[in-house]
Design a protein around this ligand. Sequence first.
Ligand code: NAD
Length: 321
Amino acid sequence: MAAKIIDGKAIAAEIREELGRELAELKAQGIEPGIATLLVGDDFGAKMYRGAVEKFCAEMGFGYREETHSSDLTEADVIKIVESLNADPKVSGILPLRPFPAHISDSAVINSISVDKDIDCFHPYNMGKLALGEPTFPPATPSACIELMERYLKAEGIDVKDGFEGAEICVVGHSNIVGKPVSFLALNRNATVTTSHVFTSMKGNLEKHTTTADYVIVAAGFPNLINAAQVKEGAVVIDVGINRVIVCPECSTYNRSKKDPCKNCSTDLAEAETKTVGDVNYDEVAAKAKAITPVPGGVGSVTNMMLAKNTLRAARLLAGA
Ligand code: NAD
């Protein structure tokens, strides 16, 4: 039986409506949520993300403050900017856009952000609260995974609490941004969590863990890492991966660059199609799983809404509402 597609776009639209009502209530009380981005240097990915946050703020009806600076700023200069963002009543949430230039310590900047404005849960205090099971700002991407799972359970008529308790959840990836926090969020819901990673694979043990899981959450940044053989029949698969790949027109193999010939059949890739895929071999796994999130249109679609949710929470905190 083909898997149910967990439609991130539709779920994001639902959440957006819910948040729209909450935002109207806040605005009626004179509370205006706003986000500030902090970008130092000219990293391409960070610049892209900054533009996306500005657009997102306009779409959501949030205020936006841009702090974009050249890489000749000192660490002390950057911390002064963070302090001014901490003090700005129009800024409810601060997003540091990394990587920072090498002479600016990530942790020095993160540690200077007010814990009440740390809307993507970077500060060690907020990560600690997450580990203790009482997060103020559950980080956006891991929360998006849990939100998709919860809404899937509800749609199936399964009690959400019961759906998580004792469920076997295998997380693939152990980064501070996705793998570890999503493991904590699942553990906080009393699931039995296995966190696997590249060293699990290197010891040949990945499949042992993924094939016994009721839910597999994959955040590795590795296209086709999870195939049908790596999941059990009837599993629910959440694909966090976002990979840009070049698809060989001859053999459909995913490649990383148009400059080199196809790694499988040596076809020239100059005119080949570029595509965004996840970490899961979607077609194969969808034929075996009970439910699956697509890429694009899955976790990524809901991530922004989780950030918006945290922004509203931060605005309430700031206003003491
Ligand atoms: P990362 O590079 O920091 O971490 C990757 C993790 O995957 C590591 O824990 C590593 O041990 C593990 N891994 C790598 N190869 C593996 C293998 N062969 N077997 C098992 N584990 C392996 O990446 P990240 O920041 O956690 O992001 C992971 C993926 O999620 C990326 O594709 C990224 O683009 C995507 N992502 C998506 C969103 C979203 O909103 N949808 C947000 C953040 C990241």
